[in-house]
Design a protein around this ligand. Structure first.
Ligand code: SAH
Length: 213
């Protein structure tokens, strides 16, 4: 397929799947129009890259549905100059979308091979403001904390306390919370001083948040 065909499919995806479902933030929509989602999926999934669903990326993991990526990006209110932490690099797609808007993205993946692939992919695509590491994201990334926002893309049974601590005053975190392999709730956590306000946003299904032994 030609590059302009992918661009057309992507613009259509952003309009019908994301904009029409209520994502309005112009920076978020512009980032989604820019990032070549087809470059983040395995070869056998390229033809499906702009479909309205998550796709398998190997190791039992998935790249999230485009709408969910748009929703999670908009809700943290990303702005130029900010520093964002992502847990669950996966393909690197969500990290790339964030990196189009904020100044610096730190992203952690627990599956070493996926982390390596995403690191190479992001480098080849020219992203210079994304730092990756292989680790259990439960502990966050202390050296670079606090963060303006944290995006967790694997379903945790509870909100990891270190992640709450690593949010800035005024910071926002979006995280799916619930049992693995069941419907979870996408939760927004807003930090003010030492207090946290938690709001349930919508039912979602994410792959489980794993813990290193
Ligand atoms: N954000 C990804 C979606 C990835 S799916 C994308 O845009 O493609 C969730 C990812 O979280 C999987 O790759 C999984 O291996 C990873 N993961 C699960 N538990 C984790 C943990 N404790 N720390 C870091 N990554 C984790």
């Amino acid at each position: 397929m030609l590059m302009q065909d992918y661009t057309m499919l992507r613009n259509e995806m952003v309009k019908t799947q994301i904009g029409n479902r209520g994502v309005k933030d112009s920076a978020t929509l512009a980032a989604l129009r820019k990032v070549p989602r087809h470059s983040f999926v395995p070869t056998d999934q390229v033809a499906n890259a702009y479909e309205d669903r998550p796709l398998a990326i190997g190791y039992g993991q998935t790249i999230s549905q485009p709408y969910i990526v748009g929703y999670m990006t908009e809700i943290i209110k990303p702005k130029a100059g900010q520093k964002v932490l992502e847990i669950g690099t996966g393909s690197g797609y969500q990290a790339a979308v964030l990196a189009e808007i904020v100044s610096k993205v730190y992203t952690i993946e627990i599956v070493e091979e996926l982390g390596k692939q995403a690191t190479t992919r992001l480098k080849n695509l020219g992203y210079k403001n994304i730092e990756t590491k292989t680790a259990d994201g439960y502990h966050g990334w202390k050296e670079h904390a606090p963060f303006d926002a944290i995006v967790v893309t694997a379903a945790a049974e509870f909100i990891p306390p270190p992640l709450k601590e690593q949010l800035k005053d005024g910071g926002r975190m979006i995280i799916p919370v619930g049992s693995p392999y069941m419907t979870q709730q996408l939760m927004l956590i807003e930090k003010t001083g030492k207090s946290y306000r938690t709001t349930s946003k919508m039912p979602v299904r994410f792959v489980p948040f794993k813990r290193s032994q």
